[in-house]
Design a protein around this ligand. Structure first.
Ligand SMILES: [Ca+2]
Ligand SMILES: [Ca+2]
Length: 99
């Protein structure tokens, strides 16, 4: 299980309550990832995964300076920390339902 969580908490009680909350959320809802609820591959954040997301993601790979993706975590389909052609392949597979 990979957990990504950004917090400014420095107090150990605060941190343990954050961790407890994350565990609860993970166990109760199956959402064990980022606190950012996003659909995997939803590059344009419209809550639908379709070809527009593939176009958006491809544009980001080709033109990183013009990238409009706000949550790279959502588009990083294989969770390797980078957005590249492997993620595009996974997105297309997901859209086609062959994953
Ligand atoms: Ca979308
Ligand atoms: Ca990736």
């Amino acid at each position: 299980m990979a957990v990504y969580f950004k917090t400014t908490a420095t107090d150990s009680d605060q941190i343990s309550s954050v961790l407890q909350e994350m565990l609860d959320r993970c166990i109760l809802s199956g959402n064990c990832g980022d606190s950012n609820d996003c659909i995997a591959g939803d590059a344009n954040s419209d809550s639908i995964l379709n070809v527009l997301d593939v176009v958006t993601a491809v544009n980001c790979i080709l033109h990183p300076n013009e990238c409009t993706i706000s949550a790279i975590d959502c588009v990083d389909m294989n969770s390797d920390g980078a957005l590249n052609v492997l993620d595009i392949v996974l997105m297309v597979s997901e859209i086609l339902g062959v994953s």
